[in-house]
Design a protein around this ligand. Structure first.
Ligand SMILES: Cc1cc2nc3c(=O)[nH]c(=O)nc-3n(C[C@H](O)[C@H](O)[C@H](O)COP(=O)(O)O)c2cc1C
Length: 205
């Protein structure tokens, strides 16, 4: 995890390490899913001079449905799986959620993962890389509402539309087909995440 400090040049915020620790979170948990393909594409576009990237897979993390006895707002976490998830989140300077649209909404796995924590989200810069037949527009809107409720700093992300941006049926064998729109969106997303760091809470006075 990078630590906030005073070494950041005005107008060019970056952690003292020079790199922003980014977690790209795969949120679909199904077998034969498309999520890792999209996550790879997002990771491959990360400017490596600014971002140190780790892909985190909610399927591997395997959080049960929320089973903490205390409210997350207390910050008291009893279970090892919660503490592991907290460590992944607190050690991140920024997050990209790689999110499919399911039945016009976002997957339950994301809501469950969000609900496990509370203060950890506040001010955290994040973006959504959504995918679906309509670019996951509906799910993106819904998830943005939830992320703002937990006071995350949400910047514009990307929306991959299958007809325009995918070769092959959605699944592990598909490949992302870039066009100027998609490239522009992913570049703007990374620029916005970099500009959002450090968040107000840790910005030097
Ligand atoms: C339960 C379920 C609901 C779906 N609903 C939608 C939907 O509302 N809109 C959409 O664009 N695609 C929908 N799809 C198709 C998914 O976009 C496609 O299956 C994609 O591969 C899902 O991502 P994943 O493979 O990473 O799980 C749905 C798929 C599933 C499994």
């Amino acid at each position: 995890m990078s630590t906030p400090g005073a070494a950041n040049a005005p107008g060019n915020p970056a952690p003292p390490s020079g790199q922003i620790e980014l977690r790209i979170v795969v949120t679909s948990t199904r077998p034969l899913r498309l999520g890792p393909v999209v996550a790879d594409w997002v990771r491959n576009h990360a400017p490596t001079d600014r971002f140190a990237v780790e892909v985190v897979d909610l399927a591997e993390l395997n959080l049960p449905l929320l089973d903490e006895p205390e409210m997350a707002s207390t910050g008291i976490y009893h279970h090892a799986h919660t503490r592991r998830w907290r460590e992944l989140v607190t050690s991140a300077d920024a997050i990209v959620w790689v999110m499919p649209e399911y039945n016009n909404g976002y997957p339950a796995s994301i809501k469950n993962a969000i609900d496990y924590l509370y203060a950890e989200w506040e001010g955290k810069p994040m973006a959504i890389a959504g995918y679906g037949y309509r670019g996951a527009a509906s799910a993106t809107e819904q998830l943005t509402t939830v992320l703002r409720r937990v006071k995350a700093t949400v910047v514009d992300g990307v929306g991959l539309r299958y007809r325009d941006h995918l070769d092959g049926p959605p699944g592990p064998d598909a490949t992302v087909r870039e066009d100027a729109e998609l490239l522009g969106a992913v570049r703007r997303m990374y620029a916005a995440l970099a500009a959002a760091w450090p968040p107000e809470a840790v910005r030097p006075a």
